[in-house]
Write a protein that binds this ligand. Structure first.
Ligand SMILES: Nc1ncnc2c1ncn2[C@@H]1O[C@H](COP(=O)(O)OP(=O)(O)OP(=O)(O)O)[C@@H](O)[C@H]1O
Ligand SMILES: CCCCCCCCCCCCC/C=C/[C@@H](O)[C@H](CO)NC(=O)CCCCC
Ligand SMILES: [Ca+2]
Length: 559
């Protein structure tokens, strides 16, 4: 944040000065400006300030100096940011004279943090005494930026003109494109013409995406899901991996995904940046942030159904989605209407839930612990992923031996069965469906809401909107899991799944079939919502694929 003090003296002392000069900030304020590889700082020559660098004569004192991290600079350009210095056309000169910028000014555009995880772009303009000094400064900052190799230069952008409040095109043109242009990012923009346009384009062009550093979607969770499916399926096809096999180890995607929120829930964006603000997302993309994310692969018997990163929900959320679909024209309001209707129906569903718990080290913490930027739990992923490989093969060995392995089963009547691969925080529920779920730990949280009173369920739902613990009810249980299967009541296993892995190896050892006798009442079935899309199957099996994709985001920063 501009105005933040030093305090990192030792680190900075090692950070050699690239350039330092006495310049004007704006037109009047005399400042000593200093650029190192890591920071740009300046101090008012008439004030006593402290910039944290012991070895630099000009920069000592008591108050704090403004400082900008080089990695948070968006761009540097000549002029005052709004009026680049170009020769005015004949006749224009007089008319624009009063707006004419300082002839040797340069402007640094940088990220400034605001409340509630929102980022803003801000400008600071310095004026040099002569042109060669101005060029020296611009070149020095540009050379520093060029060292930041994770920044994207070229993006493929999909805009869904019909998502959310139908503002996606306006949001991109007015808020995002000018920032990309300023940062020197080139963008190929496709405004989608139908559902699945983005997914199909990415699949078809999967051999020609090397020229891009990332794919950006402007829309909601549905648009993100299209890009996810296009990239993940395309990557598997490129590597000869058969995604129909539930046991397939999927190959991570090389292209990062950016989300400019313009949908109804924007849960993926909110959970990975802490807000649903288009400018914040654009700035995370420009800085080249990288947030790995778990993805669930969802299968029905041996056929691939979909990928999920946020909520796989059966019962309440599945019904909310099904009830909301016919009111898409209402935009975000459709979910509120469907929510009330579904709540009043108070329908529960019978079935069996099978799951493989995460290893002991990754079980739910006793206290609420949030996944944050540079999350240590997610960073352990690479080492625990190796453990996971061992654990899973151990599990599979046990199944093959018919011991039942680590699979556990819970049977009963459920109002909701939710599998949250990440917190699913969104404006409706700022802490999310599972507040302590992690973005990239290779696990998902399985939340089982059993039959209870309407009042009890209302209290549970209400707690999603405040700081109270929505799991602190006798009818709610949570498990941190790596794999999961669901079997509705009217489709029982003909052979007990002593070896669920058998089916996953393509050798189906058990079958599901209705066992209800004539005249017997068939229990009601719900549908699954998979990141906001309906699944046509009730019986599914799910596997968490750790860190399969990366987003232009960094997780939630401490404030
Ligand atoms: N040009 C288009 N015409 C019709 N549908 C489209 C088009 N482009 C994309 N879609 C589909 O529109 C659906 C909804 O889009 P999107 O996710 O952007 O908004 P939303 O559903 O309002 O928001 P959220 O998913 O956050 O609730 C997506 O499933 C996507 O496949
Ligand atoms: C008495 C007050 C009750 C308030 C209850 C609020 C509970 C909110 C929990 C929100 C969880 C959202 C999970 C994210 C799901 C997304 O993948 C999906 C696609 O965008 N959105 C929905 O299914 C839309 C889901 C909308 C649910 C209402
Ligand atoms: Ca996770």
């Amino acid at each position: 944040m501009e105005g933040e003090g030093g305090g990192e003296g030792e680190e900075e002392a090692e950070d050699a000065v690239v350039l330092s000069s006495r310049l004007l900030r704006g037109r009047r304020q005399q400042v000593d400006v200093r650029l190192t590889r890591r920071v740009l700082t300046w101090k008012d020559v008439n004030k006593t300030t402290k910039c944290g660098n012991v070895g630099f004569g000009h920069f000592s004192g008591t108050a704090a100096c403004p400082r900008i991290q080089v990695c948070e600079i968006v761009a540097v350009q000549d002029g005052d940011g709004t009026h680049p210095i170009t020769e005015p056309a004949e006749g224009e000169a007089v008319a624009k004279q009063h707006k004419k910028p300082h002839p040797h000014a340069f402007t640094v555009c940088y990220v400034r943090r605001s409340a509630q995880h929102r980022w803003l772009s801000r400008d600071v303009t310095f004026c040099c005494g002569h042109q060669s000094l101005q060029r020296q400064w611009i070149t020095a900052v540009q050379q520093n930026l060029a060292l930041l190799s994770n920044r994207p230069r070229s993006l493929l952008v999909f805009i869904n003109p019909h998502g959310g409040r139908q503002l996606a095109v306006w949001i991109y043109d007015r808020k995002v494109a000018p920032l990309f242009a300023r940062a020197g990012i080139s963008a190929d923009v496709i405004i989608t013409e139908r559902a699945n346009h983005a997914r199909d384009h990415l699949r078809e062009q999967r051999g020609n995406l090397d020229k891009y550093d990332g794919v950006v979607c402007v829309g909601g969770d549905g648009m993100f899901s299209e890009v996810l499916h296009g990239l993940v399926s395309g990557t598997q096809a490129n590597h000869g991996v058969d995604q129909d096999r539930p046991d397939a180890r999927l190959v991570p995607c090389s292209l990062r995904i950016g989300i400019i929120p313009a949908g109804s829930t924007d849960c993926v964006c909110y959970s990975t940046t802490g807000t649903n603000d288009p400018v914040t997302s654009a700035l995370h993309i420009i800085l080249g942030d990288s947030q790995p994310m778990d993805v669930c692969s969802v299968h029905s018997d041996a056929a691939f159904l979909r990928y999920s990163v946020s909520l796989l929900g059966y019962g309440f959320y599945g019904d909310v989605l099904a009830n909301s679909e016919r009111n898409r024209w209402m935009g975000p309001l459709r979910y509120d209407l469907a929510g009330v209707r579904t709540f009043l129906s108070h329908q529960y569903y019978e079935g069996s839930v099978w799951f493989v718990p995460a290893p002991e080290t990754q079980r739910l913490p006793g206290v609420r612990e949030q996944c944050v930027a540079r999350c240590h739990v997610c960073q352990q992923g690479s080492c625990s992923e190796k453990m996971e490989l061992k654990h899973l093969s151990d599990d599979e060995d046990k199944f093959i031996k018919g011991s039942g392995g680590e699979w556990r089963v819970v049977q009963g009547k459920f109002l909701a069965i939710n599998m949250a691969t990440m917190s699913c925080a969104c404006p409706r529920s700022p802490q999310g469906l599972s507040p302590s779920a992690h973005l990239a730990d290779g696990t998902a949280d399985l939340i089982l809401v059993r039959g209870c009173s309407r009042f009890g369920f209302f209290r549970h739902l209400l707690r999603h909107t405040n700081a109270d613990d929505q799991f602190d009810h006798s009818f709610v249980e949570v498990h941190r899991v790596r794999r999961f299967r669901f079997q509705p009541k009217n489709q029982q296993l003909c052979v007990a799944p002593e070896d669920p892995s058998g089916a996953e190896k393509g050798t189906k050892t058990h079958t599901f079939s209705p066992i209800c006798r004539a005249g017997e009442e068939v229990p009601a079935q719900s549908t699954w919502t998979c990141d906001g899309e309906m699944l046509p199957h009730a019986a599914i099996q799910v596997r968490v694929q750790g860190k399969l994709i990366r987003l232009f985001a960094r997780g939630i920063e401490h404030q």
